[in-house]
Design a protein. Structure first.
Ligand code: ATP
Length: 362
Protein backbone atom coordinates (compact mmCIF):
# COMPACT_ATOMS: atom_id res chain seq x y z
CA UNK A 1 0.00 0.00 0.00
CA UNK A 2 1.36 3.41 -0.96
CA UNK A 3 1.25 5.52 2.18
CA UNK A 4 3.59 8.00 3.84
CA UNK A 5 3.76 8.54 7.62
CA UNK A 6 5.93 11.13 9.23
CA UNK A 7 6.26 10.71 12.96
CA UNK A 8 7.76 13.50 15.05
CA UNK A 9 10.09 14.17 12.12
CA UNK A 10 12.76 16.69 13.06
CA UNK A 11 15.72 18.24 11.26
CA UNK A 12 18.39 20.29 12.94
CA UNK A 13 21.17 22.12 11.15
CA UNK A 14 23.56 22.73 14.06
CA UNK A 15 21.48 24.46 16.71
CA UNK A 16 18.88 25.63 14.16
CA UNK A 17 15.70 23.54 14.00
CA UNK A 18 14.44 23.59 10.39
CA UNK A 19 11.67 21.00 10.89
CA UNK A 20 10.20 20.35 14.32
CA UNK A 21 8.34 17.16 15.28
CA UNK A 22 6.20 17.01 12.18
CA UNK A 23 3.44 14.37 12.20
CA UNK A 24 1.73 13.68 8.90
CA UNK A 25 -0.19 10.76 7.39
CA UNK A 26 -0.66 10.67 3.63
CA UNK A 27 -3.07 7.98 2.44
CA UNK A 28 -2.81 5.99 -0.80
CA UNK A 29 -4.17 8.13 -3.63
CA UNK A 30 -4.05 11.27 -1.53
CA UNK A 31 -2.25 14.48 -2.52
CA UNK A 32 -0.94 16.59 0.35
CA UNK A 33 0.64 19.97 -0.36
CA UNK A 34 3.19 21.45 1.99
CA UNK A 35 2.55 25.17 1.75
CA UNK A 36 4.24 28.01 3.55
CA UNK A 37 6.54 31.00 3.26
CA UNK A 38 10.15 30.72 2.19
CA UNK A 39 12.32 28.96 4.76
CA UNK A 40 9.47 27.28 6.67
CA UNK A 41 10.91 23.79 6.15
CA UNK A 42 8.89 22.43 3.20
CA UNK A 43 11.80 21.28 1.07
CA UNK A 44 13.72 19.90 4.03
CA UNK A 45 10.67 17.80 4.94
CA UNK A 46 10.38 16.52 1.38
CA UNK A 47 14.10 15.75 1.22
CA UNK A 48 13.86 13.73 4.42
CA UNK A 49 11.02 11.67 2.90
CA UNK A 50 13.16 11.07 -0.20
CA UNK A 51 16.21 10.19 1.88
CA UNK A 52 18.25 13.11 0.50
CA UNK A 53 18.44 14.57 4.00
CA UNK A 54 18.95 12.56 7.16
CA UNK A 55 16.35 13.06 9.90
CA UNK A 56 17.75 14.31 13.21
CA UNK A 57 14.88 12.61 15.04
CA UNK A 58 11.56 10.94 14.29
CA UNK A 59 10.59 8.49 11.56
CA UNK A 60 9.79 8.36 7.86
CA UNK A 61 7.54 5.37 7.14
CA UNK A 62 6.61 4.57 3.54
CA UNK A 63 4.21 1.77 2.73
CA UNK A 64 4.37 0.69 6.37
CA UNK A 65 8.16 0.33 6.31
CA UNK A 66 10.51 2.52 8.35
CA UNK A 67 12.87 4.16 5.88
CA UNK A 68 15.23 6.19 8.06
CA UNK A 69 18.31 4.09 7.39
CA UNK A 70 17.64 3.46 3.69
CA UNK A 71 19.42 5.36 0.93
CA UNK A 72 17.25 7.33 -1.55
CA UNK A 73 17.53 4.70 -4.29
CA UNK A 74 16.28 1.98 -1.90
CA UNK A 75 13.13 3.91 -0.97
CA UNK A 76 11.51 3.63 -4.40
CA UNK A 77 10.09 7.14 -4.30
CA UNK A 78 9.73 9.23 -7.44
CA UNK A 79 10.78 12.84 -7.10
CA UNK A 80 9.99 15.57 -9.61
CA UNK A 81 12.07 18.68 -9.16
CA UNK A 82 11.57 22.29 -10.12
CA UNK A 83 14.66 22.03 -12.32
CA UNK A 84 14.01 18.83 -14.18
CA UNK A 85 17.03 17.86 -16.23
CA UNK A 86 16.21 15.86 -19.34
CA UNK A 87 19.06 14.27 -21.25
CA UNK A 88 19.36 16.53 -24.30
CA UNK A 89 20.84 13.85 -26.57
CA UNK A 90 18.17 11.25 -25.76
CA UNK A 91 14.74 11.20 -27.36
CA UNK A 92 11.60 11.73 -25.30
CA UNK A 93 11.02 7.94 -25.30
CA UNK A 94 14.58 7.28 -24.12
CA UNK A 95 14.30 9.95 -21.45
CA UNK A 96 11.07 8.45 -20.11
CA UNK A 97 12.38 4.89 -20.17
CA UNK A 98 15.76 5.82 -18.66
CA UNK A 99 14.88 4.92 -15.03
CA UNK A 100 13.82 1.46 -16.21
CA UNK A 101 17.37 0.58 -17.22
CA UNK A 102 18.10 -0.36 -13.61
CA UNK A 103 14.96 -2.50 -13.30
CA UNK A 104 14.94 -6.25 -13.88
CA UNK A 105 12.33 -6.16 -16.65
CA UNK A 106 12.40 -7.35 -20.25
CA UNK A 107 12.08 -5.29 -23.43
CA UNK A 108 8.36 -6.05 -23.84
CA UNK A 109 7.46 -4.86 -20.37
CA UNK A 110 9.65 -1.78 -20.88
CA UNK A 111 7.79 -0.96 -24.09
CA UNK A 112 4.41 -1.51 -22.42
CA UNK A 113 5.24 0.82 -19.54
CA UNK A 114 6.52 3.48 -21.92
CA UNK A 115 3.35 3.26 -23.99
CA UNK A 116 1.13 3.46 -20.89
CA UNK A 117 2.75 6.54 -19.35
CA UNK A 118 3.14 8.34 -22.67
CA UNK A 119 -0.59 7.85 -23.25
CA UNK A 120 -1.46 9.06 -19.74
CA UNK A 121 0.62 12.20 -20.28
CA UNK A 122 -0.33 12.68 -23.95
CA UNK A 123 3.23 12.36 -25.16
CA UNK A 124 2.71 9.63 -27.79
CA UNK A 125 3.13 12.05 -30.67
CA UNK A 126 6.51 13.38 -29.56
CA UNK A 127 8.29 10.21 -28.43
CA UNK A 128 10.91 10.38 -31.18
CA UNK A 129 11.82 14.01 -30.67
CA UNK A 130 14.66 15.47 -28.63
CA UNK A 131 13.90 17.65 -25.59
CA UNK A 132 14.93 20.75 -27.57
CA UNK A 133 12.24 19.96 -30.14
CA UNK A 134 9.28 19.99 -27.73
CA UNK A 135 7.51 22.72 -25.78
CA UNK A 136 8.16 23.67 -22.15
CA UNK A 137 4.86 22.07 -21.08
CA UNK A 138 5.76 18.86 -22.88
CA UNK A 139 9.19 18.84 -21.21
CA UNK A 140 7.47 19.14 -17.84
CA UNK A 141 5.21 16.22 -18.75
CA UNK A 142 8.25 14.15 -19.76
CA UNK A 143 9.69 14.80 -16.30
CA UNK A 144 6.44 13.54 -14.73
CA UNK A 145 6.33 10.55 -17.09
CA UNK A 146 9.88 9.64 -16.16
CA UNK A 147 8.89 9.76 -12.49
CA UNK A 148 5.84 7.52 -12.79
CA UNK A 149 7.26 4.96 -15.25
CA UNK A 150 8.96 3.00 -12.46
CA UNK A 151 5.76 2.41 -10.49
CA UNK A 152 7.25 3.93 -7.33
CA UNK A 153 5.89 3.71 -3.76
CA UNK A 154 4.96 7.37 -3.70
CA UNK A 155 5.49 10.69 -5.46
CA UNK A 156 7.28 13.76 -4.25
CA UNK A 157 7.07 17.02 -6.19
CA UNK A 158 9.24 20.03 -5.36
CA UNK A 159 7.72 23.21 -6.80
CA UNK A 160 6.99 21.27 -10.00
CA UNK A 161 5.41 24.12 -11.92
CA UNK A 162 7.29 27.18 -10.76
CA UNK A 163 9.23 27.55 -14.01
CA UNK A 164 6.19 27.55 -16.24
CA UNK A 165 4.25 30.60 -17.35
CA UNK A 166 0.86 31.27 -15.77
CA UNK A 167 -1.29 29.82 -18.52
CA UNK A 168 0.74 26.64 -18.78
CA UNK A 169 0.74 26.28 -15.01
CA UNK A 170 -3.04 26.25 -14.99
CA UNK A 171 -3.17 23.50 -17.59
CA UNK A 172 -0.44 21.49 -15.93
CA UNK A 173 -2.09 21.75 -12.50
CA UNK A 174 -5.19 20.00 -13.75
CA UNK A 175 -3.25 17.55 -15.90
CA UNK A 176 -0.97 16.46 -13.06
CA UNK A 177 -3.95 16.20 -10.72
CA UNK A 178 -5.75 14.02 -13.23
CA UNK A 179 -2.71 11.78 -13.68
CA UNK A 180 -2.22 11.43 -9.93
CA UNK A 181 -5.86 10.61 -9.31
CA UNK A 182 -5.52 7.54 -11.52
CA UNK A 183 -2.44 6.16 -9.77
CA UNK A 184 -3.50 5.52 -6.11
CA UNK A 185 -0.16 6.69 -4.75
CA UNK A 186 0.56 8.86 -1.74
CA UNK A 187 1.84 12.18 -3.08
CA UNK A 188 3.48 15.14 -1.36
CA UNK A 189 3.86 18.40 -3.27
CA UNK A 190 5.94 21.30 -1.99
CA UNK A 191 4.80 24.70 -3.12
CA UNK A 192 4.72 28.29 -1.98
CA UNK A 193 1.97 29.02 -4.50
CA UNK A 194 -1.33 28.81 -2.67
CA UNK A 195 -3.37 28.59 -5.84
CA UNK A 196 -1.38 25.50 -6.75
CA UNK A 197 -2.07 24.01 -3.31
CA UNK A 198 -5.75 24.97 -3.29
CA UNK A 199 -6.35 23.40 -6.70
CA UNK A 200 -4.13 20.30 -6.53
CA UNK A 201 -4.27 19.15 -2.91
CA UNK A 202 -6.72 16.87 -1.16
CA UNK A 203 -5.25 18.31 2.04
CA UNK A 204 -2.90 21.19 2.69
CA UNK A 205 -0.31 21.31 5.47
CA UNK A 206 0.33 25.00 6.15
CA UNK A 207 3.84 25.31 7.59
CA UNK A 208 5.66 28.03 9.47
CA UNK A 209 9.05 27.88 11.20
CA UNK A 210 9.35 24.12 10.76
CA UNK A 211 5.93 23.35 12.22
CA UNK A 212 2.60 22.39 10.62
CA UNK A 213 0.25 25.16 11.71
CA UNK A 214 -2.84 23.54 10.20
CA UNK A 215 -3.62 20.42 8.20
CA UNK A 216 -6.93 20.33 6.41
CA UNK A 217 -8.77 20.29 3.11
CA UNK A 218 -8.37 23.39 0.96
CA UNK A 219 -11.84 24.46 2.08
CA UNK A 220 -11.03 23.97 5.78
CA UNK A 221 -7.83 25.99 5.77
CA UNK A 222 -9.56 28.75 3.83
CA UNK A 223 -12.92 28.84 5.63
CA UNK A 224 -11.87 27.73 9.13
CA UNK A 225 -8.30 28.86 9.75
CA UNK A 226 -7.05 27.59 13.12
CA UNK A 227 -4.96 30.65 13.85
CA UNK A 228 -4.04 34.16 12.76
CA UNK A 229 -1.06 32.98 10.72
CA UNK A 230 -3.09 30.60 8.54
CA UNK A 231 -5.85 33.20 8.25
CA UNK A 232 -3.42 35.78 6.94
CA UNK A 233 -1.46 33.39 4.75
CA UNK A 234 -4.32 31.72 2.86
CA UNK A 235 -6.53 33.75 0.57
CA UNK A 236 -6.04 36.57 -1.92
CA UNK A 237 -6.52 39.43 -1.30
CA UNK A 238 -5.35 38.81 2.21
CA UNK A 239 -7.86 38.57 5.06
CA UNK A 240 -8.32 41.81 7.03
CA UNK A 241 -6.87 41.27 10.50
CA UNK A 242 -8.09 43.96 12.83
CA UNK A 243 -6.76 44.23 16.37
CA UNK A 244 -9.38 45.00 18.97
CA UNK A 245 -10.21 44.83 22.67
CA UNK A 246 -13.14 42.53 23.34
CA UNK A 247 -15.40 44.03 26.00
CA UNK A 248 -18.67 42.12 26.19
CA UNK A 249 -21.47 40.50 24.19
CA UNK A 250 -24.58 42.60 23.83
CA UNK A 251 -27.72 41.67 21.85
CA UNK A 252 -25.83 38.97 19.97
CA UNK A 253 -23.01 41.30 18.97
CA UNK A 254 -19.50 41.51 20.34
CA UNK A 255 -18.74 44.96 21.67
CA UNK A 256 -15.17 45.75 20.71
CA UNK A 257 -12.86 48.66 21.05
CA UNK A 258 -11.04 49.12 17.77
CA UNK A 259 -8.32 51.70 18.22
CA UNK A 260 -10.18 53.03 21.27
CA UNK A 261 -13.52 53.42 19.48
CA UNK A 262 -16.45 51.20 20.40
CA UNK A 263 -17.70 48.99 17.55
CA UNK A 264 -20.24 46.21 17.49
CA UNK A 265 -19.74 43.21 15.28
CA UNK A 266 -21.88 40.17 14.76
CA UNK A 267 -19.57 37.26 15.57
CA UNK A 268 -19.93 33.59 16.48
CA UNK A 269 -21.38 32.64 19.89
CA UNK A 270 -18.14 31.23 21.27
CA UNK A 271 -16.86 34.75 21.77
CA UNK A 272 -19.14 35.03 24.80
CA UNK A 273 -16.74 32.71 26.61
CA UNK A 274 -13.83 35.11 26.24
CA UNK A 275 -12.81 37.20 29.16
CA UNK A 276 -12.26 40.82 28.29
CA UNK A 277 -9.05 40.65 26.31
CA UNK A 278 -7.17 41.54 23.19
CA UNK A 279 -8.47 39.80 20.10
CA UNK A 280 -7.86 39.90 16.37
CA UNK A 281 -10.91 40.06 14.14
CA UNK A 282 -10.47 38.41 10.75
CA UNK A 283 -12.75 39.32 7.86
CA UNK A 284 -12.09 38.35 4.26
CA UNK A 285 -12.37 41.19 1.76
CA UNK A 286 -15.25 39.38 0.03
CA UNK A 287 -17.16 38.82 3.29
CA UNK A 288 -18.21 42.45 3.76
CA UNK A 289 -21.73 43.51 2.90
CA UNK A 290 -21.91 47.27 2.33
CA UNK A 291 -25.22 48.83 3.44
CA UNK A 292 -26.54 52.33 2.84
CA UNK A 293 -26.41 53.69 6.34
CA UNK A 294 -24.31 53.26 9.43
CA UNK A 295 -25.78 50.75 11.89
CA UNK A 296 -24.61 49.57 15.33
CA UNK A 297 -22.97 46.56 13.71
CA UNK A 298 -21.18 48.23 10.82
CA UNK A 299 -17.57 49.20 10.33
CA UNK A 300 -17.16 52.55 8.65
CA UNK A 301 -14.36 53.14 6.18
CA UNK A 302 -13.53 55.64 3.47
CA UNK A 303 -12.44 54.42 0.03
CA UNK A 304 -8.89 55.57 -0.73
CA UNK A 305 -7.81 53.46 -3.69
CA UNK A 306 -9.91 51.55 -6.16
CA UNK A 307 -8.38 48.71 -8.17
CA UNK A 308 -10.48 47.11 -10.92
CA UNK A 309 -9.95 43.33 -11.02
CA UNK A 310 -12.18 42.33 -13.91
CA UNK A 311 -15.53 41.13 -12.53
CA UNK A 312 -14.69 42.58 -9.12
CA UNK A 313 -13.19 45.70 -7.64
CA UNK A 314 -10.65 45.75 -4.82
CA UNK A 315 -11.14 48.76 -2.58
CA UNK A 316 -8.48 49.92 -0.13
CA UNK A 317 -10.36 51.82 2.50
CA UNK A 318 -9.31 53.63 5.67
CA UNK A 319 -11.20 52.68 8.83
CA UNK A 320 -12.19 55.27 11.42
CA UNK A 321 -9.23 54.50 13.58
CA UNK A 322 -6.80 54.54 10.69
CA UNK A 323 -6.64 50.82 9.89
CA UNK A 324 -6.38 49.70 6.26
CA UNK A 325 -9.44 47.67 5.24
CA UNK A 326 -9.54 45.72 1.98
CA UNK A 327 -12.98 45.18 0.50
CA UNK A 328 -13.85 43.30 -2.69
CA UNK A 329 -17.08 44.37 -4.35
CA UNK A 330 -18.80 43.29 -7.54
CA UNK A 331 -17.84 45.52 -10.46
CA UNK A 332 -21.44 46.73 -10.81
CA UNK A 333 -21.21 48.45 -7.41
CA UNK A 334 -20.01 51.89 -8.55
CA UNK A 335 -17.74 53.63 -6.09
CA UNK A 336 -15.59 56.76 -5.96
CA UNK A 337 -12.51 57.64 -3.96
CA UNK A 338 -13.58 59.48 -0.81
CA UNK A 339 -16.90 57.66 -0.54
CA UNK A 340 -17.86 56.30 2.87
CA UNK A 341 -18.63 52.60 3.15
CA UNK A 342 -20.77 51.10 5.91
CA UNK A 343 -19.66 47.52 6.11
CA UNK A 344 -21.69 44.79 7.70
CA UNK A 345 -20.17 41.37 8.27
CA UNK A 346 -21.74 37.95 8.15
CA UNK A 347 -21.09 36.39 11.62
CA UNK A 348 -20.34 33.04 9.97
CA UNK A 349 -17.53 34.71 8.09
CA UNK A 350 -16.18 36.86 10.88
CA UNK A 351 -13.27 35.09 12.54
CA UNK A 352 -12.15 35.86 16.04
CA UNK A 353 -8.67 35.00 17.24
CA UNK A 354 -7.69 35.11 20.92
CA UNK A 355 -4.57 36.90 22.12
CA UNK A 356 -2.68 33.59 21.70
CA UNK A 357 -3.52 33.72 17.97
CA UNK A 358 -5.83 30.68 18.18
CA UNK A 359 -9.28 30.79 16.60
CA UNK A 360 -12.22 31.17 18.99
CA UNK A 361 -14.99 28.91 17.74
CA UNK A 362 -18.23 27.39 18.91
P1 ATP B 1 11.76 27.83 0.07
O1 ATP B 1 10.32 27.99 -0.28
O2 ATP B 1 12.50 29.13 0.07
O3 ATP B 1 12.45 26.74 -0.72
P2 ATP B 1 11.46 26.00 2.32
O4 ATP B 1 10.23 26.15 3.11
O5 ATP B 1 11.52 24.88 1.36
O6 ATP B 1 11.81 27.38 1.63
P3 ATP B 1 13.81 24.80 3.48
O7 ATP B 1 14.62 24.80 2.24
O8 ATP B 1 13.25 23.52 3.95
O9 ATP B 1 12.64 25.89 3.38
O10 ATP B 1 14.71 25.43 4.62
C1 ATP B 1 14.23 25.55 5.96
C2 ATP B 1 15.26 26.28 6.77
O11 ATP B 1 16.42 25.46 6.92
C3 ATP B 1 15.75 27.57 6.12
O12 ATP B 1 15.92 28.54 7.13
C4 ATP B 1 17.07 27.20 5.51
O13 ATP B 1 17.95 28.31 5.44
C5 ATP B 1 17.58 26.15 6.46
N1 ATP B 1 18.43 25.17 5.78
C6 ATP B 1 18.10 24.39 4.74
N2 ATP B 1 19.13 23.61 4.37
C7 ATP B 1 20.17 23.91 5.21
C8 ATP B 1 21.51 23.44 5.35
N3 ATP B 1 21.99 22.49 4.56
N4 ATP B 1 22.25 23.98 6.32
C9 ATP B 1 21.76 24.94 7.14
N5 ATP B 1 20.49 25.42 7.07
C10 ATP B 1 19.71 24.91 6.11
Amino acid sequence: MSTISLRKLTKRFGSFVAVREVDLEVAAGEVVCLLGPSGCGKTTTLRMIAGLERASAGDVVIGGRRMNALKPERRNVAMVFQFYALYPALTVAENIAFPLSAEPIDATERRQRLTRVSQILHLDAVLDRLPAQISEGERQRVAVARAIVRDPNCFLFDEPLSRLDIELRQTMRSQIKEVLSGLSKATVIVTHDQLEALTMADRIAVMRDGVIEQLGTPHEVFARPDNVFVAGFIGTPQMNLIEADFMRVENGCAVLAVGGRETRLAVNDAVARLDASKVTIGIRPRAFMPIDQAAPDTLTAVAELIEPMGAETLVHARGETGQDIRVVLPRERRLSVGETLHLQCDPRQTHVFAASGKAVRS
